[in-house]
Design a protein around this ligand. Structure first.
Ligand code: B12
Length: 212
């Protein structure tokens, strides 16, 4: 049987089969799913990012690491959900137009779901129009915008403007995040909330809605 600390290496080296296997064994053994995410999975992706930035990893390595991460997350997700207490709000979430990064967004969605929020996940490459339509149709009270590229990040401002133009700004709290996004940027574009991690996103959503 694999040691749980090997989950970090399995994700880092993009070993999907092993990542899934270790996660499955750990969860069946009673391991706290949130701890798995916080202690092994996120740090592994952080290291993948560091190696990419240092030109030690290239796109293929990123893709296989992301695939291993997703495989492990698929097992953790239902358990995070099962931990939920009471419905806390309805969240529309997506990665902004032109941006295909979804690992962080999926983590935020999973943590919010685990925190008792109902999630409407619009996926990646989501236009302002699509965000607005979903907010209105679903009666969301929180919208979460994720961007990982400095080129797509300004799209968040356009989405906030489109929500305003559609007359839905009072209905919904806007939260933004993603590696290049800062608290200062969030304030600058008129967002209500920001967090640089998935657990913080739950705290922030609760704070904004005055729940929990
Ligand atoms: C994995 C990865 C990829 C994968 C994505 C796979 C996937 N399904 O997501 C692939 C290989 C597809 C990819 C592609 C590209 N990538 Co890329 N990628 C990364 C990498 C290494 C890790 C991102 C990640 O998943 N991190 C782990 C997660 C857990 O962290 P996170 O996303 O930041 O999310 C956390 C927080 O930010 C926060 N959060 C996230 N969203 C939200 C939303 C809200 C509301 C809140 C509150 C919080 C929150 O909570 C999350 C959980 O803790 C980063 C490097 C880095 N340091 O970020 C580069 C990086 C983002 N990529 C980069 C680039 C350039 C690209 C490409 C353009 C490469 C290319 N030449 O083709 C393409 C762009 C494709 C596109 N159109 O989107 C650059 C961006 C540079 C820039 N200045 O914009 C980075 C920074 C790498 C680098 N240093 O050059 N990439």
């Amino acid at each position: 049987m694999s040691n749980i600390t090997e989950l970090y290496d399995a994700i880092l080296t993009g070993n999907h089969k092993k990542a899934v296997e270790i996660t499955d064994t750990a969860l069946k053994g009673g391991q706290d799913p949130k701890e798995l995410v916080d202690k092994y999975m996120i740090p592994a992706m952080d290291e993948v990012g560091r190696r990419f930035e240092a030109n030690e990893y290239f796109v293929p390595e990123l893709l296989i690491a992301a695939r291993a991460m997703k495989g492990a997350l698929n097992l953790v997700r239902p358990l995070l959900l099962a931990q939920k207490v009471a419905p806390a709000g309805r969240v529309v979430i997506g990665t902004v137009k032109g941006d295909l990064h979804d690992i962080g967004k999926n983590l935020v969605a999973a943590m919010l779901e685990g925190g008792g929020f109902e999630i409407i996940d619009l996926g990646v490459d989501v236009s302002a129009e699509k965000f607005v339509a979903a907010i209105k149709e679903k009666g969301a009270n929180v919208v979460c915008l994720s961007a990982l590229l400095t080129t797509t990040m300004p799209g968040m401002k356009d989405i906030i403007k489109a929500i305003e133009t559609a007359g839905a700004r009072k209905q919904v709290k806007v939260m933004v995040g993603g590696a290049p996004v800062t608290k200062q940027y969030a304030d600058q574009i008129g967002a209500d909330g920001f967090s640089d991690n998935a657990s913080g996103a739950v705290t922030e959503a609760r704070r904004l809605l005055g729940v929990g």
